[in-house]
Design a protein around this ligand. Structure first.
Ligand SMILES: CC(C)(COP(=O)(O)OP(=O)(O)OC[C@H]1O[C@@H](n2cnc3c(N)ncnc32)[C@H](O)[C@@H]1OP(=O)(O)O)[C@@H](O)C(=O)NCCC(=O)NCCS
Length: 177
């Protein structure tokens, strides 16, 4: 099982996984395809024996302005102020093996490589605890409450400053760090 860059040919499978994992927040194939086209390094898939088990979608963005769900970005900002994690999702039979932690490390690496100093996201599906394990901190921002309600109850805006180590990471544990 390994992460690799998402290709346009992966999009149908990615969309099918997204529909299964996020039945309450469906997103059009076009919306996912636009992310892949706008920022290929931020879009990755988890492959196992030729099948896709998960995906990660992320891109540079403006801090404190999470995009509405199922909405195209049109373009990336010329002067991004955050690296935005749109989604990391793994099908049930691929979970619990540290691959999501790996994806977070990879994407934080992409953010650092393009010179951004923080990574932000909206935690949904009760995933706040997962993100906290990876160094993300709930960060209430004035004016965000209404927008977050479109992500469903319990959605939380979270931020990780780049350079701060995650509290726990299975990858880190495995490496003896
Ligand atoms: C969140 C998700 C990607 C985690 O995948 P995973 O394969 O379980 O993650 P990993 O194996 O890398 O990490 C597992 C670790 O995270 C913890 N974890 C996983 N989901 C968690 C959650 N919802 N809350 C708290 N901790 C969680 C596990 O307990 C485990 O901890 P450990 O290393 O101390 O044993 C997966 O549950 C998923 O796809 N969820 C649905 C999509 C989703 O909600 N994504 C987030 C959108 S913001």
């Amino acid at each position: 099982m390994f992460w690799r860059l998402m290709k346009p040919a992966d999009l149908d499978a990615v969309h099918a996984i997204a529909d299964r994992i996020h039945p309450d927040h469906p997103e059009d194939l076009d919306v996912l395809a636009e992310r892949q086209r706008l920022f290929p390094p931020g879009c990755q898939v988890l492959e196992c024996d030729g099948l896709l088990l998960g995906y990660a979608i992320s891109h540079p963005w403006e801090f404190g302005r999470p995009p509405a769900l199922n909405t195209k970005l049109e373009r990336l900002p010329a002067d991004p102020t955050t690296y935005y994690l749109h989604d990391v999702a793994i099908a049930a039979d691929g979970r619990g093996s540290g691959r999501a932690a790996q994806a977070v490390d990879r994407l934080v690496g992409v953010a650092a490589a393009i010179g951004l100093h923080n990574v932000s996201l909206v935690a949904v599906n009760g995933s706040q605890g997962f993100w906290e394990k990876h160094g993300f901190v709930p960060t209430p921002l004035a004016g965000l409450a209404t927008k977050l309600s479109s992500y469903g109850g319990g959605a939380v805006f979270m931020v990780r400053e780049i350079g701060e180590p995650a509290r726990r990471s299975r990858v880190g544990k495995a490496d003896g760090i």
